[in-house]
Design a protein around this ligand. Structure first.
Ligand code: PLP
Length: 371
């Protein structure tokens, strides 16, 4: 079984985001191996399509992209105290700093190397996760001022992250904008002028142009999935297709049960196809009986329990003559294909988690793009 990643769809989606961003730059977020699409391949395709910068969580992710030949600015914003900041500084990675102790660690690594660390401050404007709270900001600025004066740090950006961007009209977005502006003003008052400031994820990039500031920071929309599926698909094209070949086709007589627990019993004679993809491969077991695949030119309902390595679909009388070796699309972006949003709805989750699921035995192949 395999996932195909269409780099032309990535490029298309980046162009849509750039249109919405207006004068603001686009930073493409490729954390978690590019939402499971391949960080380096996505970064390259996105930069070719006009994205300006790359965002990751860990320093290790960022350094790996540098090693893969990505020369654009790369920001890393989520690191534990044992992170290898020296490797990041050495690779010209911009380090997102969320606490005073972290700034001290980054500065110590820069001094050891005799290099200047590129630092961006991540401020907490209301998500209350990882970011510098307003109360701690003055002491961080005190230290930053000294480090910049000593040439230990270059102050690149100030940024924050939204809690409710998928509800574009929610007042929390405006509250976060106002608090963000206060952080920016506080830094400026100390003579610390960031080179740029950024706040918007995919949802805000597509619905709140007033929050674009100098750069937007989309992730999920780059991969062609809507951050607000109930609102719009925004003209995005899903980049990932998850598919598997039929392993065998057989008749099942009326009254026979299919798969563990006989959760599905044939009420008439039928034909079934076995697809060798299971929960170990990213087909969640709670999806049992709740999805269909595109196979033989039509949707075929999945029946019985999803197992670790396989599931079964009902072909009825198999008029289209499905055979072993035929390809079943689990989800994808073409007309007729099941959509990742359908899986998300059936599971009570979001499309982000669906595309992150395929793993292990699944082989990933990239299509399109410029090589
Ligand atoms: C994941 C992430 C993003 C991208 O979010 P999407 O909703 O996928 O667009 C942007 N900024 C930060 C800090 C993130 O962690």
């Amino acid at each position: 079984m395999e996932i195909l990643v269409d780099l032309d769809a990535i490029a298309h989606n980046v162009r849509i985001l750039a249109e919405h961003a207006g004068d603001a730059a686009v930073m493409v977020v490729v954390k978690a191996d590019g939402y499971n699409h391949g960080a380096a391949e996505v970064a390259r395709a996105a930069l070719n399509a006009g994205a300006r910068e790359i965002g990751t969580t860990t320093v290790a992710e960022a350094v790996a992209l540098r090693a893969a030949g990505i020369t654009a600015p790369i920001l890393s914003w989520l690191n534990t105290s044992d992170a290898d900041y020296a490797s990041g500084i050495d690779a010209d990675i911009e380090l997102g700093v969320s606490a005073l102790a972290q700034l001290e660690q980054v500065a110590a690594a820069a001094r050891r190397l005799g290099r200047t660390a590129i630092v961006s401050l991540k401020v907490d404007t209301g998500l209350n996760r990882n970011g510098i709270p307003a109360a701690e900001f003055p002491e961080v600025l005190d230290l930053l001022e000294k480090l910049v004066a000593d040439g230990v740090v270059r102050f690149r950006a100030l940024f924050s992250h939204l809690a409710m961007a998928d509800l574009p009209e929610h007042p929390v977005n405006d509250m976060q904008r106002d608090r963000f502006l206060e952080f920016i003003a506080a830094a400026r008052d100390r003579g610390l002028e960031p080179e740029l400031v950024h706040l918007a994820n995919s949802a805000a990039a597509l619905t709140r142009p007033d929050l674009a500031f100098d750069m937007v920071r989309p992730g999920i929309a780059v991969y062609g999935l809507s951050p607000i599926p109930e609102l719009s698909d925004f003209g995005l094209r899903p980049a990932m297709t998850f598919r598997a070949r039929v392993l065998r086709v057989k008749r099942v007589a009326a009254g026979e049960g299919v798969s563990y627990g006989h959760q599905w019993i044939a009420d008439h004679d039928t034909t079934v196809a076995l697809v060798p993809a299971g929960y170990a491969d990213g087909v969640p077991r709670p999806l049992s009986g709740k999805f269909s695949v595109w196979l033989g030119g039509a949707r075929r309902p999945q029946i019985g329990r999803v197992c670790m390595d396989q599931f079964v679909v009902d072909l009825g009388e198999n008029e289209s003559g499905v055979q072993p070796g035929d390809t079943a699309v689990l989800f994808g972006g073409e007309p007729g294909h099941p959509h990742a949003d359908e899986w998300a709805d059936a599971l009570g989750t979001i499309n982000y988690e669906i595309v992150c699921a395929p793993r292990g035995r699944v082989i990933r192949t990239h299509l399109g793009g410029t090589r």
